[in-house]
Design a protein. Structure first.
Length: 272
């Protein structure tokens, strides 16, 4: 599943492609949305924003196309009407004279008015946006009565806590803060909570700016120069079970929390 940084980068590419020229055609695969085609054709895309893992494409009329990639959705930006060879199903296409934004394999797509955006059940339930939040907002969430008794490994996947965190970011943030996924905010010291709030923002911003790389950038660059694959230099700890921790010599442990895999170092992230 694409996480907040991946969705934000997709939004950046879509805005760059669609903003310069009027939309020539909007295609929806779902019959319930096809009536909006005539309304949106000829309009301009004025903004593309993200809220966690959701995307909102704003048209000049004030209507929004909302989408959520869920597990398998994928955005592509290509030359206009130049479709890729793929077995994926095209769900949404927005074409102008130069570019096409194509959404494949996603089923969560809606057209919303401005007032419907504000009252949308999913958007309205989200916590602070991962890529817009400040550390003090994350800290306030950690210290709130709503969240402080929940295990961090579960909490950091809850979009009502912070919107945009997924599986790899959860492991990377907890490792960067040196906090075990089984701990709860109430179990943590003030220093640990501060480290968590700072790591959440820092790791997310780095992932966004450097195409998903959360490992030390200098060290990642050295590994890349040596010919290592992206999967070998991308992360501190995610997907590295039984390999040596990049900080100490202990092997990385893989566990399952909230039904999804999480990785941690028992030495760097001790459980009291």
């Amino acid at each position: 599943m694409p996480e907040g940084p991946e969705i934000r980068r997709a939004a950046d590419k879509i805005l760059l492609a669609l903003e310069p020229f009027p939309v020539e055609e909007v295609y929806f695969s779902f019959d319930r949305l096809k009536p909006y085609t005539a309304i949106l054709d000829g309009q301009r895309v004025s903004d593309v924003e993200t809220r966690g893992k959701a995307m909102l494409i704003r048209f000049s009329s004030g209507l929004y196309v909302y989408s959520h990639c869920q597990l398998y959705g994928r955005w592509m930006v290509r030359r206009t009407r130049n479709y890729p060879k793929t077995n994926r199903q095209l769900r949404l296409a927005i074409h102008n004279r130069e570019k096409s934004a194509l959404l494949y394999s996603a089923s969560d797509i809606e057209v919303l008015r401005t007032d419907q955006v504000a009252s949308h059940p999913y958007l309205g339930s989200l916590g602070p946006d991962l890529l817009s939040a400040e550390p003090d907002q994350i800290l306030a969430q950690l210290e709130s009565h709503k969240h402080r008794l929940r295990k961090l490994g579960t909490l950091f996947l809850d979009q009502r806590f912070v919107a945009g965190i997924g599986n790899y970011l959860r492991s990377e943030i907890l490792f960067a803060a040196r906090v075990h996924p089984q701990l709860r905010p109430i179990d943590c010291s003030d220093e640990q909570l501060e480290r968590l709030s700072l790591a959440t923002v820092r790791i997310a911003q780095q992932s966004y700016r450097h195409e998903g790389i959360t490992y030390n950038l200098n060290e990642a660059g050295k590994l890349k120069a040596k010919g290592e694959t992206r999967s070998q230099y991308r992360h501190w700890i995610f997907n590295r079970d039984n390999q040596r921790c990049r900080v100490c010599v202990q092997p990385v442990v893989k566990d399952v929390v909230a039904g999804r895999r999480v990785y941690y170092c028992p030495s760097c992230q001790p459980l009291p």
